[in-house]
Design a binder for this molecule. Structure first.
Ligand code: SF4
Length: 200
């Protein structure tokens, strides 16, 4: 039985050097490549080869965990897209540096869009932000899978700095309160909005 590994690069940006090293690793272990929502997947490898690849990953490349903050996707945002209302890269970089890879009870996907066109599909992410003329709207509890549902809006009009504080609170809340294998949507239904009465 073959297996696979998914790779994440800091800020979702793979340098040419990293790409060449990843391709060399795939060739070395007979892997093929797919672009998936969480990163770059090398598949058609054995479990033993996967362990070797983990130890030989290029600098700045990490394995995507199943249970953890494992998906961070931002569109290019204001300054790089004519429709952008909020910059996305500062918030993405902050989340990547402070929260990406943290262990959580279930998968925790995060999306950031610079406007309501939502190219990063934020309403079906566990945690989502999209830009408006007044700042970021933040949603919680979106899912795809067997029971797809849109996230609930838990905060509006957030600056980038307020969005950083909000995500710190929400990730800590999820880690502290989730039952084993419990997704954020269920914790939200059980405990309510973690930002209620919080002055950001
Ligand atoms: S979500 Fe908006 S800002 Fe981001 S890429 Fe799409 S249209 Fe542009």
């Amino acid at each position: 039985m073959k297996t696979s590994i998914i790779l994440h690069a800091r800020h979702n940006e793979f340098s040419p050097k990293q790409m060449m090293e990843i391709v060399a690793l795939g060739e070395k272990y007979g892997g093929y490549f797919r672009h998936v929502v969480t990163g770059i997947q090398i598949y058609n490898i054995t479990k033993e080869d996967k362990e070797c690849i983990i130890h030989e990953l290029p600098e700045g490349i990490v394995q995507v965990k199943h249970r953890g903050v494992n998906n961070l996707l931002a569109c290019v945002g204001k300054g790089n897209c004519k429709n952008g209302l909020m910059e996305t890269r500062k918030l993405e970089a902050y989340i990547d540096a402070h929260h990406y890879g943290k262990g959580t009870a279930h998968k925790c996907k995060i999306g950031i869009s610079g406007c309501g066109r939502n190219c990063a599909d934020v309403m079906v992410k566990d945690i989502g932000f999209y830009g408006t003329v007044n700042g970021f709207v933040m949603s919680l509890g979106g899912t795809t899978g067997h029971r797809p549902q849109a996230g609930q809006i838990i905060a509006r009009n957030l600056s980038v700095e307020q969005a950083k504080k909000a995500i710190d609170i929400v990730i800590d809340w999820y880690i502290s309160n989730a039952e084993p294998k419990e997704r954020i949507a269920k914790v939200l239904a059980r405990l309510g909005n973690p930002l209620e009465n919080v002055d950001l």
